[in-house]
Write a protein that binds this ligand. Structure first.
Ligand SMILES: [Zn+2]
Length: 138
């Protein structure tokens, strides 16, 4: 059984002419164990690979999850300033619909306007008014 540096284990009859089935390299292989029968070898290879496969599956899911989280929250403070200044009504307040419109106009629809206002309230950049609008505090 051979192991590649990429973590893939696989069986081979001879070390000299093998390539890793995952990354196709032959330079980074090391022999883990030799087996007398091919069925022993096959079992050992599949057992050795199971944790790796699960780990790489999990980490790729995690990576795509983090990516989507990041793009959801991906408004920079510059973006937010632009959205707010465009969304401001004559009395310096903003509403969900004016924020929504300016997000669309600026092509910055990276989160819902509700979520954005929630974030802005939390960070005290806006103050909620009783009439469903927000005063921009800066
Ligand atoms: Zn490899």
């Amino acid at each position: 059984m051979l192991r590649c540096q990429c973590g893939r284990n696989f069986g081979s009859r001879s070390n000299s002419n093998s390539k890793c089935p995952r990354c196709n390299k032959k330079t980074s292989l090391s022999t883990i164990k030799s087996f007398s029968s091919s069925s022993e070898l096959r079992d050992a290879v599949s057992k050795a690979n199971v944790p790796d496969e699960i780990i790489s599956e999990l980490s790729s899911r995690l990576a795509s999850y983090e990516k989507s989280e990041r793009s959801n929250e991906g408004l920079t403070s510059d973006d937010i300033q632009k959205i707010l200044s465009l969304a401001k009504l004559p009395d310096d307040s903003v509403t969900l619909s004016s924020v929504n419109e300016s997000m669309i106009t600026l092509n910055l629809e990276k989160m819902s306007p509700e979520r954005l206002m929630e974030l802005l309230e939390t960070s005290s950049m806006v103050l909620r008014n009783p009439n469903n609008s927000w005063s921009v505090l800066q």
